[in-house]
Design a protein around this ligand. Sequence first.
Ligand code: PEP
Ligand code: MN
Length: 338
Amino acid sequence: MIVAMREIASEEQIRQVSECLASMGFDVHRSAGTRQTLLGVVGATKDPDVRDIQILPGVGEVHSINSHYKLAAKAFRPEGTIIELPNGVSIGGDGVFVMAGPCSVESREQIFSVAEEVARAGARCLRGGAFKPRTSPYSFQGLGETGLKLLRQAADAFDLLAVSEVMQISQIEMMLPYVDILQVGSRNMQNFDLLRALGQVRKPVLLKRGIAATVEELLLAAEYLMVGSNYEVILCERGIRTFETATRNTMDISAIPIVKILSHLPIVADPSHGTGSRDKVIPMARAAIAAGADGLLVEVHNCPDQALSDGPQSLYPEQFEKLMDELRVVAPAVGRLA
Ligand code: PEP
Ligand code: MN
């Protein structure tokens, strides 16, 4: 249920309504809209009777939400969520937020070289995995904390933010000083214990859609983060598994406008994992932005042919530069800042 307080509701009235709902056993999540305060009412029990809430002083409207996700639902923040990141960067507003870098951090030379290239082309955030969820136990598993240190140093050297994947609850504390955004990979989208733990963190989470997850399941995974009061969730469409074998995954571009209708959360697209081959990354990146994505997550490598993971889908730096040039044309055509 969403309780929309009247525009003129006093702080005291908002507090009283929140306390009344809490006394009924609900958790109340407050959202300060541009005009009014909205209260997201969640809990395991059935919603209270709308009429009991409607008559409380200061209450404007009360809406029942039919979906299982409530805090991730559009009604909780109809104007959309803008996440403010360090260095004056934001996501969810008019701009296009681009995160780029190698699949895995491999060495100092590699991550510094890629950081320099992606920063020059206009990316604002450096990606690089230090804990890698590999299908085979014999594949490169990542450099761990050493990789995170290198990622942070390279990001700082080129005024970039840093994003990296967290695979387990036990890694969270250690990772916090190194990253600006914690990535939850596809394989962990429904690791509910990990999501609950990240709900306690006050840093944005990049939540990737599971390989076989519906949009509803993605939004319910976001709800796990938000119910812990971490509202800084960035969704990511990264392709789903279908019967098609021409691509590594089937990039579900339609998920982008669907999420935009159902949720207030920003959504980015990952055309690298979404297609699996570099010649398809640029067209799908353009398509994602044209479809309304708030940003991109793109794999770029200084020497893709020697990459320790995901080389075939990693762009050469000059291809990434071309992609960024093209975005400067596509973004304004769909009402975004270049
Ligand atoms: C990644 O971004 O490096 C990654 C492993 O992606 P996904 O979880 O989408 O497979
Ligand atoms: Mn990868």
